[in-house]
Ligand binder design. Structure first.
Ligand code: ZN
Length: 65
């Protein structure tokens, strides 16, 4: 499923296995970019959850008064 990236996309330098960055030019590996996208998605989901909770509690508070 996940193919192992052996060389840097930018400069072509050989990558250490499980590296997040290229040692020569500092470019993120595909795996690291995927992790960043995943982290952003989780953050957005968490933000939406907090917004829903705030709206929910505001609504409950407003309904009680
Ligand atoms: Zn590179």
């Amino acid at each position: 499923m996940a193919q192992v990236q052996v060389a840097c996309d930018k400069c072509g330098a050989e990558l250490v296995s499980d590296a997040a960055y290229c040692e020569r030019c500092g470019e993120r590996t595909r795996r690291a970019r995927r992790m960043v996208r995943l982290a952003i998605r989780v953050e957005i989901l968490f933000f939406i959850l907090v917004v829903i909770l705030v709206i929910g509690f505001t609504w409950i508070y407003a309904a009680q008064h």
